[in-house]
Design a protein around this ligand. Structure first.
Ligand SMILES: [Zn+2]
Length: 397
């Protein structure tokens, strides 16, 4: 590390990271204003397309699914060049149609998606700008990607598509995913998850004249009450969440349909299977009981998978992990290994070395309307990514 920080234009790039803080925060606020719900990232993608061109990255383009790409060709002869992929997801969990408000108060910036994944996207820009401005070209090529469809039902579609491209798949050696702000962790394990939609249906009718008819909302509510009391182990850590519930059309109708979306996560694929089986039994029982109680109408139900994220782990002795740890020692960052569900799940499940890192600074209130970001300390996060990148891609001199 001592050698690397003195090599070639690395010192200049590190210096530039310190000098571009205000520029980066301005861009960060600028693109946070552009709504980017999952499946609706086009406008924010346009912004990154323009900026990638301005930074004079090579091969700036949008791929078939909407990922925005830019390259920094490696300095090594073409035959010896590998590829490093640096990504940050464009999408947020917030629906479009609502104006995005960003405001600054007591050192913090408040706005939906400001940290997840504003912090990661800003770091992607920060690294690209510092490398370009310093004229620093590592030996391997870098592919920078602002990806679509990371959140929720996007189901990591953007990065999946990227890594399915034969030329990328063949050349890629390491993947660094930038997500969130926190520099205290190295996400080296992909958390497996399963998302299900449960739908209960019946004939539906009038609230007065059809009273006693089997009611999908009644059955679904009973299933929710029971399933939400399901015991889960602390180890392997396992969680579930009923995140969305819909049903009915008016207060004076027996509904003909009710549905909910359930997210199940675990460090163990076995626990996920156990919980999804329990969910199915619980719904089946609740529907059965409602059918027995009802004077008319029969309910049916179905479970559909609406997303599945693969698991995968980086071995302790992986070069990528050793490199990030060495950078952390050099920068005095106390980091620990964590498991989470990010774009890194996909390369990890394919056996490609990958981590997810925060972009620096601090953030909180993720996925809530009170989401905030504090850029203090962003510099060290961007330097960390830049140094890890240079160590892995090699620098001449
Ligand atoms: Zn995220």
């Amino acid at each position: 590390m001592e050698l690397l920080v003195r090599a070639g234009s690395v010192p200049r790039a590190l210096e530039l990271v310190g000098q571009q803080a205000e520029w980066l925060t301005e861009r960060h606020i600028e693109f946070t204003h552009i709504p980017a719900p999952t499946f609706g990232e086009k406008a924010r993608g346009d912004y990154f397309l323009r900026l990638f061109k301005k930074l004079k990255l090579k091969g700036v383009r949008r791929d078939r699914v909407g990922n925005v790409l830019g390259e920094l060709p490696g300095a090594a002869p073409p035959r010896q060049r590998g590829l490093l992929l640096l990504t940050a997801h464009l999408d947020t969990v917030f629906p479009s149609g609502r104006p995005v408000e960003v405001r600054r108060a007591n050192g913090r910036i408040y706005g939906p998606g400001i940290t997840d994944n504003g912090a990661g996207l800003a770091a992607l820009l920060g690294v690209a700008r510092a490398l370009r401005a310093a004229g620093l070209r590592p030996r391997h090529s870098l592919l920078l990607a602002a990806t679509v469809c990371e959140e929720g039902e996007g189901n990591l579609f953007g990065i999946r598509h990227l890594l399915e491209q034969p030329d990328i798949r063949r050349a890629v050696r390491y993947v660094m995913v930038l997500d969130g702000a926190d520099t205290g962790h190295i996400i080296a394990h992909g958390l497996a998850s399963l998302r299900l939609r449960v739908t209960v249906e019946g004939p539906g009718g009038h609230s007065w004249s059809d009273f006693g008819m089997a009611n999908p909302i009644h059955a679904l509510a009973a299933a929710v009450t029971r399933f939400s009391a399901a015991p889960v182990p602390a180890e392997p850590r396992t969680t579930f969440n009923i995140g969305e519930i819909r049903g009915g059309t008016s207060v004076n109708s027996v509904p003909f349909s009710a549905s909910m979306k359930v997210d199940v996560r675990s460090a163990s694929a076995l626990e996920i299977r156990r919980l999804s089986a329990l969910l199915e039994r619980t719904v089946s029982q609740a529907v059965e009981e409602e059918n027995q109680r009802a004077r008319s109408g029969k309910l049916t139900f179905r479970l559909e998978g609406i997303g599945e994220r693969p698991a995968g782990s980086l071995p302790e002795n992986a070069r990528l992990l050793e490199t990030v740890r060495a950078v952390d020692r050099y920068l005095g960052i106390q980091s620990h290994i964590e498991r989470s569900s990010t774009d890194a799940n996909v390369p990890l499940s394919m056996g490609i070395e990958a981590v997810s890192l925060g972009g620096g600074g601090q953030g909180g209130g993720i996925h809530s309307p009170q989401e905030w970001y504090d850029p203090a300390g962003r510099e060290i996060g961007v330097k960390r990514i830049l140094l890890a990148l240079c160590a892995l891609a090699g620098v001449d001199g």
